[in-house]
Write a protein that binds this ligand. Structure first.
Ligand code: NAI
Length: 397
């Protein structure tokens, strides 16, 4: 355990993750992977009976499986420090993120929220102000930023190894919504295609936000303007299931983000390609332990995830748990987001000042940027791809 002076595990309260759900369980596995946290309480479902019934799945006492997140925050606040929850994980559908996160911050709990951060930009901006004026750590699980080779690439780019970055091509291609499975009550499809629960965008809010964030995290490039075309290819669906955005960066560079949920046979095909004046790189999450780095006139290089290799930089090395050749993937990357947030929580407990903008883990400001990305993509598409401003107030990284 590496919680230093805190000398105990951090206590996690889960919101969502009830029986039949998807990502909540991933959060609990990731948070507990390094033995730095344990799930001790939860409001696992919007249905109080299902919340109680889900407690055993997390080894949580039934007395701490609450009927609602409000009840969890109220009751847990009354427990002594060290017993009560330290942080809250928000793994519920998008339309509930804001109210749950806001209540958690107001109750003084640290927050790990899933993406997209809120339902709309107004909520995101309000939440950022709240977090900035509080002492809580707020992490956003754009989990692809946790892969060791993504951290490695980011450090290589920051140190200038690829020269000036001029082009970013980020894609997230899936096929699971090729047919209208929301009509057969498929739980995950049902809310994602419902504008009252998903938000202004479907596919673009669900997965293009990951792709955009990944390019932003790796390159640090600041966006200026966006043009986007979204499509709903499956008849009768209310939100987009395909789209492409073109982004102008403030250094003159160009970025594209393409996301699809209707491409036959495609699973979770996140890819990123980055071109700099001195070199280019490419990475794919379905083969995450390898990254291609190329320069004209030189042999193509394949960097493998190897914590002991001399080419691995500190941030890439620190993100590895296993020696090369033993594959690491989704859980470990997710756990790296938690680990970085835990470092900040522990530092806070020790009275240290912690970084709030340029953090290793995606934070509330990445959430605001993600919501601006969604809002402006939808607005641009409604205006036939018109160029719209896409500038976040905070110049960072
Ligand atoms: P899901 O539909 O499988 O599960 C949602 C869970 O939240 C269910 O257990 C439901 O009962 C519960 N819930 C809903 N309202 C609640 C409330 N008020 N209080 C307590 N529990 C409540 O959804 P899924 O696929 O797990 O997605 C959840 C969130 O995670 C979404 O925002 C989604 O965008 C995000 N996500 C992120 C991923 C990533 O890679 N970072 C991957 C999948 C989802």
């Amino acid at each position: 355990m590496t919680n230093g002076p805190l000398n105990r595990k951090l206590k996690m309260g889960m919101v969502g993750g009830g029986q039949g759900s998807f990502i909540g369980k991933v959060h609990s596995i990731a948070a507990c992977l390094d033995n730095r946290a344990e799930v001790v309480a939860g409001a696992f479902s919007s249905n109080p009976q299902r919340s109680k019934a889900s407690a055993a799945d997390y080894n949580v006492a039934e007395s701490r499986a609450y009927g609602s997140y409000q009840e969890m925050f109220d009751k847990e606040r009354q427990l002594p420090e060290g017993e009560r929850i330290d942080f809250v994980t928000v793994a519920t559908p998008n339309h509930t993120h804001f109210e749950i996160s806001k209540a958690a911050v107001e109750a003084g709990f640290h927050v790990m929220c899933d993406k997209p951060m809120t339902f709309d930009l107004g909520q995101a901006e309000e939440l950022a102000v709240l977090v900035d004026n509080s002492s809580v750590v707020f992490g956003l699980t754009h989990n692809y930023t946790g892969y060791p080779l993504i951290r490695q690439a980011r450090e290589m780019i920051q140190s200038g190894e690829l020269g000036e970055i001029q082009a970013v091509r980020a894609n997230y291609i899936q096929g699971w919504l090729r047919s209208k499975i929301e009509d057969s009550d498929q739980k995950q499809a049902a809310w994602r295609t419902d504008p009252s629960k998903s938000g202004a965008a479907g596919c673009f809010g669900d997965i293009a936000t990951h792709a955009y964030n990944l390019g932003r995290y790796m390159t640090g490039l600041l966006s200026e303007e966006i043009s986007c075309h979204l499509r709903t290819f499956v008849p009768g669906r209310k939100l987009d299931d395909y789209g492409t955005a073109l982004i102008k960066y403030d250094n003159g560079g160009l970025g594209t983000v393409t996301a699809s949920q209707i491409s036959h046979g495609r699973e979770n095909d996140v890819t990123i390609e980055i071109d700099g004046t001195k070199g280019s790189l490419s990475w794919a999450q379905e083969n995450p332990n390898a990254m291609q780095v190329r320069a004209n006139g030189q042999p193509h290089k394949i960097y493998t995830r190897d914590p002991n290799a001399p080419y691995m930089l500190a941030s890439g090395q620190a993100a590895c748990r296993l020696p090369a050749g033993h594959p690491e993937a989704f859980f470990e990357a997710f756990a790296n987001i938690y680990a970085a947030a835990f470092d900040a929580i522990v530092a806070k407990h020790s009275g240290e000042k912690v970084e709030r903008i340029n953090t290793v883990y995606p934070n509330v400001h990445d959430g605001v940027e993600g919501m601006l990305f969604i809002q402006q993509s939808v607005a641009s598409s409604q205006q036939n791809g018109a160029w719209l401003p896409f500038k976040c107030d905070r110049a960072r990284r």
